[in-house]
Write a protein that binds this ligand. Structure first.
Ligand code: 5GP
Ligand code: ZN
Length: 115
């Protein structure tokens, strides 16, 4: 764990969060500043800086992350109505926390193109 990383510390339980899903590799929790009625962040427990830093050996955990996103969508009741899934990457991508995370946004109609 990167002790100076906010999301590593959240996944470890050092910083409180509202958990939505948890297993040995993946943790999901509610965004502190929701941009939609449902706004969940899905992260690998292992520190990966961003999608741009993902290595071939990260493929399995990234696959699991997407599978968990689907499970969460079912459990939270928005799999059928639909949802937005976003990885912000780097400066131009608007990434503010340097630990890879998938935003799941749901509960309202989303706009396209994004800002
Ligand atoms: P990014 O801007 O990197 O794509 O997304 C980071 C997200 O993390 C933002 O939506 C922000 O609201 C959320 N966030 C930042 N700090 C915390 C925190 O301490 N707890 C929780 N639950 N979410 C956070
Ligand atoms: Zn981290």
């Amino acid at each position: 764990m990167a002790s100076n990383c906010l999301f590593c510390r959240i996944a470890a339980g050092d910083i409180p969060s509202s958990a939505v899903y948890s297993d040995d590799e993946i943790y999901a929790f509610r965004d502190i500043n929701p941009a939609a009625p449902q706004h969940i962040l899905v992260i690998p427990r292992r520190h990966i800086q961003s999608l741009a830093d993902a290595e071939p050996e990260d493929a399995a955990v990234l696959g699991r992350l997407l599978g968990c996103a689907r499970t969460i969508a079912e459990q939270q009741g928005f799999a059928q109505t639909g949802f937005r899934s976003v990885f912000n990457t780097g400066v131009d991508g608007g990434q503010t926390v340097g630990h890879l995370h998938l935003h799941l946004l749901a509960g309202r109609a989303m706009h396209w193109p994004p800002g």
